[in-house]
Design a binder for this molecule. Structure first.
Ligand SMILES: [Zn+2]
Length: 371
């Protein structure tokens, strides 16, 4: 299964485009303002596969967090191959695959875009405003985002301080303070930006066209770095009633689905893409699941993010240190372990089959036509 993982963004994009064209799907490419390594242009690519006027769509997006695109792209390439072989998927639904929602981060091995914006904190509903930070973030900022040379003892010092902070505040509260999204420290971690990004504009302009006349949309947004090693959680976000909660748990398994009122692995976030899409697709039965595949421990992930962010902003004269930090970050979000890679792809295949078969009573009762 290692074959579906690409060495870099450009290879992943070429494979995605080739696979879509091989399937006879509709391929759309949208150039973003920034450039990749070597001055090469960057695009978000969209594939539309299946019925020309679908009543139901499975929307699968990858790479909102740049570097997590290595995994998301592999899932999409595997899906395209499965669709090509037709051995596990029927054509009862259309698929809309969005490849590389943050192509800058994917190409440059960052989680953020060219403005250091965490795009999954940038989809604020207009009235919310880009301001503020969680209570306690400012106090942690000097630890999370050091603006000085870090000596060789720094990883140990950070691990010790991190363990102390977890003890003092509890892991869940610490996760919320650090990762909920902040709008005051532009070079800091989990910065949500000062305005809507190109990714928001892209979805605002084109999402409804991609979905065509679909009445029901199940959105799987692929992520890594949260949860137990090689396991996955489906984080349901947005306005979800009790009936839909039950339906999701029944269909995808109560162990996998997590809601904001019962958080175990995740934490509340501002500016997530799911609620934004739900607001902009008010005419559609839209369900968002953030599919998070676990890799390393939260503190190790945070240390990797901190190190790469520090290298990116404060070590421009140290390309070797920057490369090393980026390689470590890539390992945090797409481990080289063959066992991890094969088990998450096997789980993804199962998950996509469940997504294909998703048709809860509340959707079926609308009386839409399923082909
Ligand atoms: Zn992510």
């Amino acid at each position: 299964m290692d074959e579906w993982y690409s060495d870099d963004y450009f290879i992943a994009r070429e494979r995605f485009r080739d696979a879509v064209q091989g399937l006879g799907g509709r391929l759309l490419s949208y150039r973003v303002p920034s450039l990749g390594p070597g001055g090469r242009e960057l695009t978000t690519d969209v594939a539309i596969i299946g019925d020309a006027s679908p009543s139901e769509v499975v929307l699968v997006s990858s790479g909102l967090h740049g570097i997590e695109g290595f995994f998301g792209s592999a899932v999409q390439l595997q899906l395209l191959d499965d669709l090509h072989r037709q051995h596990t998927y029927c054509s009862s639904k259309s698929w809309v695959l969005v490849h590389g929602l943050n192509p800058f981060g994917f190409a440059w091995l960052r989680r953020t875009d060219e403005q250091n914006v965490d795009l999954n904190r940038n989809f604020l509903i207009e009235s919310d405003g880009f301001a503020g930070s969680p209570m306690g973030y400012a106090e942690l900022d000097p630890i999370l985002n050091p603006q000085r040379w870090m000596d060789r003892w720094d990883p140990m010092v950070f691990a010790t301080r991190g363990a102390w902070l977890v003890w003092r505040r509890g892991l869940q509260q610490l996760k919320t303070i650090v990762a909920m999204g902040q709008y005051e420290f532009p070079r800091g971690l989990f910065y949500g930006g000062s305005r809507h990004s190109a990714a928001v504009s892209l979805l605002r302009e084109h999402l409804t066209d991609w979905l065509d006349v679909a009445q029901g949309v199940l959105h799987l947004d692929l992520h890594t770095g949260l949860g137990r090693w090689a396991s996955y959680r489906l984080l349901a976000q947005g306005d979800i009633g009790p009936e839909r909660c039950l339906e999701l748990k029944r269909h995808f398994g109560a162990d996998h689905v997590e809601f904001s009122d019962c958080i175990r692995v995740a934490y509340p976030v501002r500016g997530s893409v799911g609620p934004w899409c739900q607001t902009h697709l008010s005419h559609v039965d839209y369900t968002y699941l953030c599919a998070e595949f676990g890799t390393y421990s939260p503190l190790r992930i945070l240390a990797g993010l901190r190190k790469e962010n520090h290298a990116h902003h404060w070590l421009p004269g140290d390309p070797e240190g920057t490369l090393q930090a980026k390689a470590e970050l890539r390992e945090m979000f797409c481990p080289r372990s063959v066992r991890w890679r094969s088990s998450v792809l096997a789980a993804s295949r199962q998950l996509l089959m469940q997504a294909r078969d998703w048709r809860p009573p509340s959707v079926a009762n609308r009386g839409g036509v399923v082909r």
